[in-house]
Design a protein around this ligand. Structure first.
Ligand code: APR
Ligand code: ZN
Length: 357
């Protein structure tokens, strides 16, 4: 079968058609991937921002159909439609029991090799590896969805949509009638815009460097858009200078993380969704936390319980309240994934989606 492999950081992925899978063990599931989104985090593994050992089959935003289940798998069967969850929700570890399954303790243990190339075992990104036609994953990494949700739409829910909508609804807990600013209008940022709209925000400002992204953001619920240089002016116009109730950073850049904290009013909430580098620092003075009484929080996988939140997102999509089709800018084959990385870096797309059928 085909898979896209990162052999070395900063190098193009190699598309191989002679990849095979490890045997199906107890508790594991064999899935045929239907679609995979190309997310910025894939690029962040390739360029070393997100530490992940190479070689590695990239891809973590995907959906597919169960082919076969291993011994002891009782809640999934061949033919089921599933979304890959890059953080499993094992329902047994302390974080899961606390209601924080997005921090499931099985995330790292899930990262074991399931692909075989040239006779050697190779890992998939985050234990997934959705830039492959088929894969083997533990059952806890799969979320069953209704079979009438198309797999391209479902794939987006696998990362960017859960991350962005969840950041707005769960992490920020945006309230009706509030003012929101969102930094970055990629797949995650556009999902956050939709989350803010669903939550009932009165004003949603989107900040991005790329003009075409700003135009598109308006189609998803942005009420105002601007480039970073015009942010202060927009803050005055929308909030009278006080600052926004909520700000969400969907880029992963120290400058925009700092700007996110600065954009909210005293007592407001700033959420960092983007993933920056381990060696990058954001500076705060020791006085401002006390004086501003702002909430500054991170957001992992939309602070969501994937087992309830992903099916809810499917229902929002079915009800016409979450526009996922329009987030697919390009449909590609896995052979074109390196071009999709370049298109993402150039700001040309919200999402490229790989079609495996
Ligand atoms: N100021 C404003 N906008 C910026 C800046 C900046 N300094 N730098 C980049 N952007 C914009 C880009 O133009 C692009 O529209 O941020 C957007 C990022 O979108 P994508 O590259 O599509 O990234 P996405 O997949 O949405 O992920 C965003 O979330 O999950 C994390 O790892 C992911 O850190 C990444 C972030
Ligand atoms: Zn992702």
């Amino acid at each position: 079968m085909k898979a896209a492999i990162l052999w070395e950081l900063h190098k193009d992925l190699e598309i191989r058609d002679d990849v095979s899978l490890t045997d199906l063990n107890a508790g594991e599931v064999h899935v045929k991937i239907g679609s995979s989104g190309v997310c910025h985090s894939d690029l962040s593994v390739q360029n070393g921002t997100i530490p992940m050992p190479a070689p590695c089959v990239l891809g973590h935003e995907g959906a597919g159909v169960v082919q076969e289940v291993g011994d002891g798998v009782s809640d999934l069967a061949a033919g089921d439609h599933v979304i890959l969850s890059f953080t499993p929700a094992c329902r047994m570890c302390k974080p899961c029991l606390r209601g924080q399954s997005y921090l499931c303790a099985d995330m790292m243990p899930m990262m074991v090799p399931h692909f075989i190339v040239d006779g050697n075992p190779i890992m998939g990104m985050t234990g997934c590896g959705t830039f492959a036609e088929e894969m083997v994953v533990p059952q806890s990494a799969l979320v069953k969805i209704d079979n009438d949700v198309p797999l391209d739409v479902a794939a987006l829910i696998g990362c960017g949509v859960t991350t962005g909508v969840g950041a707005a609804i769960n992490s920020a807990d945006i309230q009706p009638g509030s003012s929101v600013v969102i930094f970055g209008a990629g797949g995650v940022g556009i999902a956050a815009v939709q989350g803010a709209r669903i939550a009932g925000a009165a004003e949603i400002l989107v900040v991005d460097l790329v003009e075409s992204k700003l135009d598109q953001a308006k189609n998803f619920g942005a009420t105002h858009v601007c480039t970073p240089d015009a942010l202060d002016q927009m803050k005055t116009e929308i909030t009278g200078g006080e600052g926004f109730d909520y700000a969400l950073e969907c880029i992963g850049n120290p400058i925009t993380i700092r700007a996110t904290y600065d954009a909210v009013r005293r007592g407001g909430t700033a959420v960092v969704v983007g993933v920056g580098r381990l060696d990058q620092k954001v500076e705060f003075n020791a006085f401002e936390f006390f004086y501003n009484d702002k909430i500054l929080r991170g957001s992992m996988y939309g602070s969501a319980n994937v087992r309830t939140f992903m099916p809810e997102l499917c229902r929002l999509w079915k009800a016409g309240k979450l526009d996922l089709e329009s987030m697919i800018s390009r449909r590609i084959k896995v052979d074109e994934v390196n071009d999709a990385f370049r298109a993402m870096e150039a700001g040309e797309v919200i999402r490229s989606v790989i079609d495996f059928n």
